[in-house]
Design a protein around this ligand. Structure first.
Ligand code: NAD
Ligand code: IPM
Ligand code: MN
Length: 358
């Protein structure tokens, strides 16, 4: 088969990790008889530098003409919060997610067999295993609410960010979570702040309705502060964790570290229509950009998610994941996951080793 993939390399380490993921795509193509063709799409700080805005006209259309999108990362100090919105890379990331209708962000955090030594938790906690799927709502909530900034008479400047959720938005992400749980260990933990927020009380009532409908799936409510604590106390208790946009952003970074490093965690952003967008959960890591230090595994595992969720190529996805595990089992480590005394390898070498195993 022939698949067309939009590549948003982005900023910082983005181009480095996407470069290795493309090598993996080409290797899988050769081995399994597929052709992957690529279209480079400009988005982020690099787009601001090139054309004056981070989300150039026609970007969504270019992506829609492809079967899937692979994104590295965008952002960096050069295009910071002092810049106007249309020049900020993060604005573009939110816009592409919205324009492609990608309301479900699946972020699987699992402790890979060879990575037990990189888990910062107590040995007996790590031994219980970690295998959870964070289902983050991606196109609603405070990320997309009205923003206000105004001068008050007596309190200086004041700002507001509105957080809104509709029943419809909550139901569609909830269904995704319950459907996924049916294919896993059949447990959904819904994370909210219903003791404070109106949006969370609506969230909870919709989830309860779904829990009755999916009565074969175990269900629990967890307050977000407690969830943050439970993730480091005993992450083995979680199967599918469903939550709103900002809670999911924060909790998934936490979950990534519990499984070794943010450099390992992939994600799939999907909606009801193609294309899906696949991206590591990490950012552009300006502190290590351009030094061949970034871990490309999160992006490479995002390619495996693309195979599974967009192309329904299960054997190809398995091959990529097995190759990652095999390289890790041999002890190869990038700097973010290297134990003291272990000499780390670079981004490119990690990519090449994984390709060899495929
Ligand atoms: P970050 O994820 O870029 O980096 C946090 C820390 O993790 C840094 O020390 C970094 O070196 C390390 N790290 C991240 N990815 C790594 C990898 N693959 N290998 C090894 N180490 C890795 O978060 P930040 O520093 O808070 O944000 C930097 C910029 O990235 C900001 O502009 C932010 O808005 C943006 N960002 C973009 C995305 C995205 O494009 N999806 C996601 C998160 C942050
Ligand atoms: C992520 C990032 C983005 C988010 C930022 C860069 C807008 O942190 O993909 O996790 O908060 O969604
Ligand atoms: Mn994030």
């Amino acid at each position: 088969m022939n698949y067309k993939i939009a590549l948003i390399r982005g900023d910082g380490i983005g181009p480095e990790v996407v470069g290795e993921a493309v090598k993996v795509l080409d290797t899988v193509g050769k081995k399994f008889g597929h052709t992957f063709t690529y279209e480079d799409v400009l988005l982020g700080g690099c787009a601001t530098d090139a054309v004056g805005k981070s989300y150039p006209d026609g970007t969504a259309e270019k992506c829609k003409a492809c079967d899937a999108v692979l994104l590295g990362a965008v952002g960096g100090p050069k295009w910071g919060s002092d810049k106007p919105a249309e020049q900020r890379p993060e604005t573009a990331l939110l816009a592409i997610r919205k324009d492609l209708g990608l309301y479900a962000n699946l972020r699987p955090a699992s402790l890979r067999p060879a990575m037990a030594d990189a888990c910062p938790l107590k040995k007996e906690t790590a031994e219980k295993g970690i295998d959870l799927m964070m289902v983050r709502e991606l196109t609603g909530g405070i990320y997309f609410g009205q923003r206000e900034k105004y001068q008050t008479e007596d309190r200086g400047m004041e700002c507001a960010d509105r957080m809104a959720y509709s029943e419809k938005e909550i139901e569609r992400i909830g269904r995704r979570a319950f459907e996924l749980a049916r294919l896993r260990r059949k447990k959904v933990s819904s994370v909210d702040k219903a003791n404070v927020l109106e949006t969370s009380r609506l969230w909870r009532s919709v989830m309860h309705r779904l829990a009755e409908e999916y009565s074969d799936v175990a269900y629990e409510d967890v307050l977000v502060d407690n969830c943050a604590m439970q993730l480091v106390r005993d992450p083995s208790q979680f199967d599918v964790v469903v939550t709103e946009n900002m809670f999911g952003d924060i909790l998934s970074d936490e979950a990534s570290m519990v499984t070794g490093s943010i450099g390992l965690l992939p994600s799939a952003s999907i909606g009801d229509t193609a294309p899906g967008l696949y991206e590591p959960i990490h950012g552009s890591a300006p502190d290590i950009a351009g030094q061949d230090k970034a871990n490309p595994i999160a992006t490479i595992l995002s390619v495996a998610m693309m195979f599974r969720y967009s192309f329904h190529l299960a054997a190809e996805a398995d091959a990529v994941e097995a190759a990652v595990d095999a390289v890790l089992a041999e002890g190869w480590r990038t700097a973010d996951i290297a134990e003291p005394g272990v000499t780390p390898i670079g981004t490119r070498q990690m990519g090449e080793l994984i390709c060899k195993k495929i």
